[in-house]
Structure formats: C-alpha cells, structure tokens
Design a protein around this ligand. Sequence first.
Ligand code: PEP
Ligand code: MN
Length: 340
Amino acid sequence: MIIIMDLDATPDEIREVEQEIERVGFRPFMNPGVERKVIAVLGEVDAHKADLIEHFSNMPGVARVDLISDLWKLASRSYHPEGSIVKVRDVIIGGNEITVAAGPCSVEDEGHLLEIAEAIKQSGAKILRGGAFKPRTSPYSFQGLGEKGLKMLARVRDKVGLPIVTEVIDTHDVRLVTDYADILQIGARNMQNFALLKKVGSGVRPVLLKRGPAAKVKDLLMSAEYIMAEGNQNVILCERGITTFEDSTRNTTDINALPVLKRWTHLPVMVDPSHATGDWRMVGAVARAAVAAGADGLLIEVHNDPPHAKSDGPQSLKPEKFAALMNQLRRIAEAVDRKL
Ligand code: PEP
Ligand code: MN
C-alpha cells in the first residue's frame, strides 16, 4: 500500500501519517527524492486492506491511497514511476547512459589487473569488476584471493580511477568487502540468500544483484525488495542467463527479461553476456542484443591471457576484442537514443 500526500501537505501532516502507520503495526517508508511525498506502508497489509485504505484516506494531507498488488513494493514502478539512478563515485548507472563494467572473473595478480583496468578504461568501461571471493561449483576450484584480492582491487582503483564491483558471498564478509569495494555484487547462487540480502540491505554500498539461474523475474524482484526493505535503495539488477533445456551454451540469455523488468521496476538493469553464454565468441552478439533491448549497462569479463585465467577463461574477451565490441555498442546505443 502507498499513501500519496497532497502536494502542499505540511511536515506535521506527513509525520502524523507516519506515526499512524506505526501505531497500527506497519512500517512507513518515505520515497526519497520525489517532489510529491509518497509513503510506502510495509508489512502484511493485505488482510484488512479495505479498512486501512479508508482509514488513511481520511487523514489530513492525504491525497490518495493506492494498493500495490505486486509482491515487491519499493522496487515497483507504481511506487516510483521514474527510473532510478544509482551513483557510484562519479559514475552513474541508470538514466540515458549505458554503463559498462568489465574486468577479469577473478582477481589473480595485481600487475595483470592493472593492465586490464587500463585497457578497459581506454575502451570506455566505467567500472572495474573482479572477484576476490569466488562462489565455485567445485570446492576444489580456485576460491579467490580473499582480502589480498580486495586490496589489489582497491590499489588498482586508486591508480586507474575506476570504481570497483566485487562479489560478497558470506554475511560475515560484508563489512570487510564494504571497506574496499564501491559496489557489492550478490552472485546468482546467492540471489535468495536472504540473510546476505538483508545484511547488504542495511549497508551503505550499492548492490549489484544477479538473477539466479533458476529464478523467475518475479523472484529477482522480491530479492531486490529484501535489500530495499532494509533501507538500501541503491540496487542494480543483472540478467546473467538462466538454465533451460538448451545446452549449446552455458546459460540462456533471457532478453525478454529486459522489457519485462522495465515495466515492473524502476531499478536499473544490467546484462552479463559472459556468464549468459560461457563462450567469448558469443559474448559480442548477446552484448549487442542487450543494448538494443534496453539494458542500462553490461558486465563483461575481460582477461589479458584467457587460456591461463584461474576462472572463466573460455568466456573472457581479450582487451582488443573488448575495444572493438565497445565501438559497435556505441553505435547501437546511439540507434536506440542512448549514450555509451
Ligand atoms: C561472476 O560475476 O564472476 C559470477 C560468479 O557470476 P554469477 O554469479 O552470475 O555466476
Ligand atoms: Mn565469472
């Protein structure tokens, strides 16, 4: 349920509505940054909704009370009609620009990371990606460098001037990763790790939330809602391919998810063509399709020596290939009235 206040509602009237929401056992959440005050009423509203609508409609300063029938509220377009913009240092995600994050799957070596970061920046990437904590399918695969990797990322960020996004896989590491990273990535495997979602939701860093391989778009939005309900509104969604019966590629890119998400949510949406395809030869085609279909950004794995990468080498682009792709993407962005 949302309560839309009159344009000239006084601060006292707004406060009284918020207090009344709490008095009847719910949690008020004020939509930040919009001209007309909209207060979301969080909690199990559905049971006595007719009474609640009438009750709040009669309060001074209230213009209208609307039910949001979606299970996600704060993430929904009905609550927040304009597209959201997430700001990270001087980089913007959402709005008219398309933002590309690129870098190796795993942080392996500082010299290489620096080389990759310089190359992707030169090609127009705005964010450096790299995993220090890796959620690997096998416990015997490379698990990441941990804090040592975070330190490398932070030093490279300071040298090159690109904000960094890196994954956090454990609630106990959220504080540590927050100390180094500009954006916290929640990986596909943890999309429904609700303890982790709540933890990053009460934190201060923007969150890049990846869609689980077997998750519906609706599930992705409810996971975003877990983060937002804790206070953190800076959520970026990421389509990274889902599991289908098709086994010619690692995953299947759900391009439909882009127009669906654009209708249902105000949150920016990125696409990860690297994990979606699992094959560097197919990354370009899916990246181009994603930009044409309305993605607000891309997450692309780039490595300067893919055959020797510790993870995801087969889907990593070499810096030269990434540069050529960025030039194509720029032209596609222009064709759909966006900037890259
Ligand atoms: C990654 O970005 O390196 C990663 C592990 O992605 P996903 O969680 O989408 O598999
Ligand atoms: Mn990877």
